[in-house]
Ligand binder design. Structure first.
Ligand code: GFB
Length: 423
């Protein structure tokens, strides 16, 4: 019974970055690193977990709206750019998160289980189509890479919008006259599908349909165009969701729970490394990639996850530099306020780069508050420890912070942000 396929069909996707993300990424790289137009060249590419988590919530809502079982993808952990030739690491969904609470919302299945018991029956090799939003022709005006008409023709065989974009960047690396493109080229696209031994036999462009299933007309069109009998599996090469997470899908965070082991690790750290009593958790996003990203704050009203502060309709004012890359003075001010508020004995700092441990320790010396971080670094454990704190101060713009904020909101824990609200 466990193995009988869902006749309503399945949704499968690679948590690879989609259009929105890649385009802005290319823009920065191109403008900021004149000599380098490669997606992977000099950026400090880390996990990008926050993006994937945002996409996950949207994909869950998408699967529920289409009444298809969601295949829980592996998380993709990116290696550093120096290793861009080596594949990303795939982490099974349930290494970090529980499956059971999700089932309280909608039908889900782990990817390994799907590939083992379902795919051979309803999605055999030879009948595998990859779905994408569009060929990249409509993006040419936005894309800053050198593209010749000849290259474009070759790209039309590309599997999807996202993959095509990645392949495009990959081709640009080799020059416009490089060899033809392969739909799974590029990291993490290739490694993700290779990991589960999937090759695509054809591609399907689904536009003008789109992911916003909160629009009833769009939802009906999905059901009409892709009936489960003919399309038992809809395999998307990027998440069928937007980034940042749509406002309507934020509430799904409550079904998205760390495993008990992860929570235990967080509690163990607290017990063994922090003094007894309350602690304030802070997220300092300040790596070089972030500095570059923040230089775009003035050019756009919202950036990445900033709608969590300034509102999805920008109703609470523009995103500011201080929110994106808060100076030490702002950090100290907010931390001191939070320490007083919850009578904290310590501060736990999570960061991708500079934790400011000496500076914060000095600033909090008189208050007799100690400052701590994880060693060695562990992004997921950072998230758990921030989630457990008595008060959390996050970065408005970062989706890493946004995860913690939603996680805490779901259980009624308080949070605030650096530089927001604007005084
Ligand atoms: O999670 P993420 O999408 O959040 O990407 P943002 C940031 C990655 O940096 C994380 C690492 O997945 C981690 O691997 N990182 C960030 C951290 N903060 C911490 C931390 O406190 N501790 C540890 N250990 N690691 C955006 C991306 O990042 O950055 C955009 O979403 C783009 O796609 C932009 O890449 C430049 O939203 O902060």
């Amino acid at each position: 019974e466990e193995c009988s396929p869902d006749e309503n069909g399945y949704i499968l996707y690679c948590p690879c970055m989609g259009k929105h993300y890649l385009l802005s990424y290319q823009h920065w790289e191109y403008e900021n690193i004149g000599s380098c137009v490669l997606y992977f060249c000099t950026f400090k590419l880390t996990g990008r977990f926050g993006n994937q988590a945002d996409h996950f919530l949207g994909s869950l809502a998408f699967a529920k709206a289409l009444n298809r079982t969601l295949v829980l993808p592996h998380w993709i952990v990116h290696r550093s750019p120096k290793h861009h030739e080596s594949p990303s690491v795939m982490v099974p969904f349930d290494d970090w998160f529980q499956v059971a609470p999700l089932q309280g919302y909608h039908r889900v299945i782990l990817m390994a289980e799907f590939m083992r018991s379902i795919a051979p029956v309803i999605w055999p090799p030879g009948e595998r189509a990859g779905l994408s939003q569009s060929l990249f022709t409509d993006l040419l005006t936005e894309c800053m890479f050198p593209v010749t008409p000849g290259l474009l023709e070759k790209k039309k065989v590309g599997l999807t919008f996202s993959v095509t974009i990645t392949v495009l960047c990959y081709m640009a690396r080799k020059g416009p006259d490089g060899d033809g493109c392969n739909a799974k080229d590029g990291n993490p696209f290739g490694p993700f599908w290779d990991h589960i031994n999937v090759n695509f036999d054809r591609s399907e462009i689904f536009q003008p349909l789109h992911y916003d299933i909160h629009r009833q007309d769009n939802l009906e069109k999905w059901k009409e165009k892709y009936p489960p009998k003919e399309w038992p599996v809809l395999a998307f090469v990027g998440a069928p969701a937007s980034f940042p997470v749509q406002e309507e899908n934020i509430h799904l965070q409550k079904y998205f729970k760390w495993t008990e082991e992860m929570v235990q690790k967080g509690s163990d750290f607290k017990r063994t490394h922090l003094p007894r009593g309350a602690y304030v958790g802070i997220h300092l996003r300040n790596g070089i990639d972030w500095e570059r990203a923040c230089s775009y704050v003035d050019k756009s009203q919202t950036l990445f996850s900033s709608p969590q502060c300034v509102g999805y309709r920008n109703d609470k004012g523009p995103t500011t530099q201080e929110m994106c890359l808060p100076p030490l003075s702002t950090i100290v001010k907010h931390v001191k306020r939070a320490v007083k508020q919850v009578n904290a004995q310590s501060v736990f700092v999570a960061s991708d780069n500079n934790h400011y441990i000496p500076e914060l320790s000095k600033a909090l010396e008189k208050m007799q508050v100690s400052v701590h971080k994880l060693d060695p670094p562990d992004p997921q454990l950072d998230l758990v420890i921030l989630g457990l704190s008595n008060h959390f101060i996050g970065n408005c713009v970062s989706s890493f912070s946004a995860f913690v904020k939603r996680d805490r909101d779901a259980i009624g824990f308080p949070s605030s942000f650096f530089g927001f609200p604007v005084p």
